[in-house]
Design a protein around this ligand. Structure first.
Ligand code: ZN
Ligand code: ZN
Length: 358
């Protein structure tokens, strides 16, 4: 079932007659368009894609499920979109309240004479949670590129190499494989690995450092997101203890996440494992998030989440322990929920790895 068909079903259920889609993430999901400016007007009977002269050729290639209308300077984009809506007999248009800024709304409202813009709830991030087979295939490729990048980077890890060197090499590798970088890579070592979202620095790796690398590839608009922590030179008993606890929590969560379960119960279970080791207090973030066109896509594995795990969703599972002055460990994989189980999409090794290999 195409994204357009699913959107129309949802519009009918929610009694939304017409929608204006502006967020590039939602426009891409709905049409396949990858440019920066696109608008889609959707009703039960019609759908039209609007873009400007920069993207006329690209739209012909990418947008195949609906007609395109294009405008060029000096025509105003909002005025043009308003005219397209009126031509379809639309006088009230639902807009994405979750991603439209106040100033965008104000400007568009002023330019679209005779068309009223009404806020609609964030139905798109809910719809995007369930992936089609084509979407899963793209995420699988993005995960494969991240795995290859990890395999590549482990050969570089040794005392004296900087966090920034590792970050740049990871990102260069992924781009060379035909992907974009999903988000600015996190590479933190030693005491700096206690910063869950630290930025790579010029710090050099030293013997006895944890090194945490959190990175992902974006392939045809779809992301992967993986974290591995390794030790440089030699692992102390404390390193081994912390790593083993995080790994146990991560493996438990992968075993526990199944269609029909509540997201918050998986999160709670992972915390209970870390609690056995007295480490739960060092796990400050949620267990994971939905993954797709956005890295932190719809869905949260956290204590406050009301999400129900369902087939077609893709989740990250990423418990972590961060101890100020000592360092941190996070292990993250991407998991597809299927009708009768799961498929793990990232395959990099996760037994405690001490680098360089002797
Ligand atoms: Zn990550
Ligand atoms: Zn993540």
């Amino acid at each position: 079932m195409s994204a357009l068909v699913r959107l129309r079903e949802r519009m009918e259920a929610d009694r939304i007659a017409a929608v204006l889609v502006s967020d590039p993430v939602n426009v891409g999901w709905l049409t396949g368009f990858s440019g920066t400016f696109g608008r889609v007007i959707v009703t039960q009977a019609d759908a039209i894609f609007v873009t400007d002269s920069r993207y006329v050729i690209q739209a012909k290639e990418e947008v195949t499920e609906m007609p395109s209308a294009t405008f060029a300077t000096p025509t105003d984009g909002d005025v043009f979109v308003g005219e397209q809506a009126k031509a379809l007999g639309v006088t009230q248009l639902g807009f994405e309240s979750a991603t439209t800024t106040y100033s965008q709304w104000k400007r568009t409202s002023e330019k679209m004479e005779g068309v009223e813009l009404l806020p609609i709830p964030d139905i798109f991030s809910e719809l995007r949670m369930k992936k089609s087979d084509e979407e899963v295939a793209k995420i699988r490729v993005a995960c494969g590129i991240a795995d290859a990048a990890y395999d590549h980077i482990t050969r570089m890890i040794q005392p004296g190499v900087t966090e920034m060197d590792i970050c740049l090499d990871l990102e260069f590798f992924m781009r060379r494989q035909g992907a974009d970088v999903a988000f600015p890579s996190i590479v933190v070592s030693g005491e700096r690995s206690a910063r869950p979202h630290g930025k790579p620095s010029e710090k050099k790796l030293e013997i006895g450092d944890f090194v945490t690398m959190d990175f992902g590839a974006r392939y045809e608009g779809y992301n992967s997101d993986i974290t591995r922590t390794v030790v440089v030179g030699e692992a102390s008993p404390r390193h081994q203890e912390i790593y083993a606890a995080v790994l146990e929590a991560q493996l438990w969560s992968i075993d526990a996440i199944r269609a029909g379960k509540m997201a918050r119960d998986i999160d709670a279970g992972s915390r209970a494992i870390l609690d056995k080791f007295g480490l739960a207090k060092y796990f400050g973030h949620g267990l994971g998030h939905g993954l797709g066109r956005v890295v932190h896509d719809g869905g949260r594995l956290s204590g406050s989440s009301n999400d129900v795990i369902s087939p077609g969703q893709i989740w990250t599972i990423e418990p972590g322990v961060y101890i100020e002055g000592l360092g941190g460990v996070r292990i993250e994989d991407d998991v597809l929920i299927t009708e009768d189980g799961i498929e793990i999409l990232t395959h990099s090794p996760k037994e405690l790895t001490i680098l360089p290999l002797a």
